[in-house]
Design a protein around this ligand. Structure first.
Ligand code: G1P
Length: 298
């Protein structure tokens, strides 16, 4: 598996219940960090890594994601007539030329593994990426997926992004055990979905970026429901690593869990502080807020 990845799968069929009532009508992938929806950050990362085919695994209610990547004729006409060229460019270039978006419907919410399997016919027999848009990775250098794609091309192994988490949080992640981990990369010897802290083989947690061999599709087809009664990608990877090399990759960058309230707030603050126009005002606003607002009463 040393071919460069060209296809990226975005599982976006989740219900986003943590963000209700906002997610009653707005899919969580469309929640903004500053002025761009979460999905745009993941898409940009995939394109930077060399992907030209983006596969969105969606459900029948998530028209907003497809609409976002579609052409907005009326809006474009209005902006053009009003001479708002800068805004027009923003609307037109959510996807650059030469990149195509494909939408696949996951008819039943059977789990992340099942969502990835829905993309099988479009991915075919080549290595591919999976990006979970909830996991937003901020980095001034190469994006996390590009780092992984480069490493995968060299080693020929499938590649799973990992980071250290406190032991009491292992129950929220896939957790890996590795051999010969050199601080950045190491062969995975075991992977388990959301283990209790006492049973976790390590505190290296899976983050939502994967570069996978297509063999995983065959394994997913016969993967039975696991943790939470769902068909887990982690369980198929646990079988994959018995047949092919799978490496854990500790990326450079800071990951925000935008599937949680605090993670979304943290990401917004980070991007505001790093924003060329907003940085100064954001710094001042944060300082003022810290000075003025006492901690909320318990
Ligand atoms: C999924 C994966 C899990 C991984 C996590 C990263 O879980 O199943 O292995 O650690 O994403 O965000 P979820 O957060 O969808 O429950």
């Amino acid at each position: 598996m040393s071919k460069r990845i060209r296809k990226a799968v975005f599982p976006v069929a989740g219900l986003g219940t943590r963000f209700l009532p906002a997610t009653k009508t707005v899919p969580k992938e469309m929640l903004p960090i500053i002025d761009r929806p979460l999905i745009q950050y993941a898409v940009d990362e995939a394109i930077e890594a060399g992907c030209d085919t983006l596969i969105f695994v969606t459900n029948r209610y998530k028209h907003a994601v497809a609409d976002y990547f579609d052409k907005a004729y009326e809006l474009e006409q209005k902006l053009e007539r009003a001479g708002k060229i800068e805004q027009l460019e923003l609307v037109r270039h959510v996807l650059p030329h030469g990149v195509r978006a494909v939408f696949v419907t996951q008819t039943e919410a059977l789990g992340l593994g099942h969502a990835v399997l829905c993309a099988k016919a479009i991915v075919g027999d080549e290595p591919f990426a999976v990006l979970l848009p909830d996991d937003l990775i901020w980095n001034r250098g190469d994006g996390a997926l590009k780092q992984m794609a480069d490493a995968a091309e060299k080693s020929g192994a499938s590649m799973i992004a990992v980071e250290d988490v406190p032991r009491d949080q292992t129950g929220s992640y896939g957790i890996v055990a590795t051999e010969a981990f050199n601080g950045q990369q190491g062969r995975i010897s075991a992977i388990v979905e959301k283990p209790d802290p006492a049973d976790a083989p390590s505190t290296l947690a899976v983050v939502g970026r994967y570069v996978l061999s297509p063999t995983v599709f065959d394994l997913l087809e016969s993967t039975t429901p696991g943790a939470g009664g769902e068909i887990q990608l982690t369980d198929a990877i646990a079988r994959l690593l018995k047949q092919e090399p799978v490496d854990a990759f500790r990326f450079a960058g800071t990951r925000f869990d935008c599937g949680t309230h605090i993670g979304l707030i943290e990401a917004t603050i980070r991007y505001a502080l790093d924003h060329e126009k907003l940085s100064e005002a954001a710094r001042k606003m944060i300082q003022d807020a810290l000075d003025e607002v006492p901690p909320a009463a318990a």
